[in-house]
Design a protein around this ligand. Structure first.
Ligand SMILES: Cc1cc2nc3c(=O)[nH]c(=O)nc-3n(C[C@H](O)[C@H](O)[C@H](O)COP(=O)(O)OP(=O)(O)OC[C@H]3O[C@@H](n4cnc5c(N)ncnc54)[C@H](O)[C@@H]3O)c2cc1C
Length: 51
C-alpha cells in the first residue's frame, strides 16, 4: 500500500490547483489525486456544471 501526505479528492480546477501549489510550496510532499471521472478538468471538461 502506498502512503501519501495529502489525498486530493477531485481533479477539477481546485484539485489541480492544489496539486500545483503543493508542488511549488512544499518540497518533498507526496500526494495523490482521486478522480471519479475518466478525465481531468471537472466542470470544464464535462457537459454540465452539476456533474
Ligand atoms: C462556462 C463556465 C463558466 C464558468 N465561469 C465561472 C466563473 O467565472 N467563476 C467561477 O467561480 N466559476 C465559474 N464556473 C464554475 C466552474 O465550475 C468553477 O469555477 C470551477 O470549475 C470549479 O472547480 P472545482 O475543481 O472546485 O470543481 P469541479 O470543476 O466541479 O471539479 C470537481 C471534481 O471532483 C470530482 N469529484 C467529485 N466528487 C468526487 C468523489 N467523491 N470522488 C472522486 N472525485 C470526485 C468531479 O468528478 C470533478 O472532476 C464556470 C463554469 C463553466 C462551465
Amino acid at each position: 500500500m502506498t502512503n501519501y501526505d495529502v489525498l486530493i479528492i477531485g481533479a477539477g480546477l481546485s484539485g489541480i490547483g492544489m496539486a500545483c501549489h503543493l508542488k511549488m510550496t512544499v518540497p518533498g510532499i507526496t500526494f495523490a489525486i482521486i478522480e471519479r471521472r475518466r478525465r481531468m478538468g471537472g466542470t470544464w471538461t464535462s457537459s454540465s456544471i452539476q456533474d
